[in-house]
Design a protein. Structure first.
Length: 285
């Protein structure tokens, strides 16, 4: 089965060749500062297997595998703290708000709890890239395991203006990542905007959404719900493979937002109009 998240989302989970690698012994009496950058993973290498890790903000994603913690910021402007536990100790970190890539800590190697002899330190200058890639692979694999397809078979595509299909979602705690495809069968280019997201709550009582969970709604079905209230949902992050959708082309995108309720909801995704045609998609997620 062909499973793929949008290119931008997977790219955000991949590891680039480390530019800033720090080797330092663990000191349980100090707090280590970790500089981060959007779209880049920072790795912390411990001297023994990690038993648990906790981060103070949902604006950062963490995963751990063996002796390695992988840390990725999800949005700008946020800092937090991180605790890592191993069988024989605990380490504390101050995670700085994302800044320039050149200042980010790609790898913090704390695999030794004491200073290394000069010859051994020289031998460990290069971090094993296999282990770094293993941590990145674990993040990507976890993303794929959490992905769920969205059924859009009931939605008819227009032949003369832009269409949007919701194709896949990933749930991560209270966050929802939505992958969508924008296609342009028309005769003129379309400039893709960041979509606005709103929830729609039908005024009529007794409407059961659980049977429609994971389904993109066609316009007639939405009309059947009648009137209701709409609430704007703040979007954490939006990624697009391209903003220009030329005639005959399609563009993939991914957006992320926080779910306000742990039950199926009607979400409407609104894009810029295609001339006089409204461009949007509605799904129960």
């Amino acid at each position: 089965m062909k499973i793929k998240m949008a290119l931008a989302f997977l790219a955000a989970c991949s590891v680039v060749r480390a530019q800033t690698i720090t080797h330092q012994p663990i000191n349980p009496n100090t707090v280590t500062r970790v500089a981060t950058a959007i779209n880049h993973i920072s790795l912390i290498e411990m001297p023994e297997p990690i038993t648990n890790a906790a981060i103070g903000s949902e604006d950062f994603r963490i995963e751990w595998h063996g002796n390695t913690v992988a840390l990725k910021p999800l949005r700008q402007g946020q800092s937090t703290n991180l605790f890592i536990w191993t069988e024989h100790g605990q380490s504390s970190y101050e995670i700085l708000a994302p800044a320039e890539v050149a200042t980010a800590a790609f790898v913090i190697d704390q695999t030794e709890s004491r200073a290394l002899p000069p010859k051994q330190a020289e031998a460990q200058i290069r971090v094993d890239e296999t282990e770094i890639q293993k941590a990145a692979d674990a993040l990507i694999a976890q993303t794929m395991l959490q992905s769920s397809p969205v059924n859009s078979r009931g939605v008819k595509s227009s032949k003369d203006h832009v269409n949007v299909r919701i194709s896949e979602i990933v749930r991560d705690k209270d966050a929802l990542y939505v992958r969508y495809v924008v296609s342009n069968p028309g005769q003129h280019p379309y400039r893709l905007s960041d979509p606005a997201v709103v929830t729609f709550v039908p005024a009529a009582s007794g409407i059961v959404l659980s049977a429609l969970k994971g389904t993109q709604l066609f316009s007639q079905k939405l009309t059947e719900f009648g009137t209701g209230s709409m609430t704007a949902v703040p979007v954490r992050e939006t990624r697009l493979s391209s903003r220009d959708v030329n005639p005959g082309q399609s563009v993939e995108g991914v957006l992320c937002f926080k779910q306000t309720e742990d039950k199926p909801q009607i979400y409407r995704f609104v894009f810029a109009n295609d001339l006089n045609h409204q461009v949007d998609a509605t799904a129960v997620l």
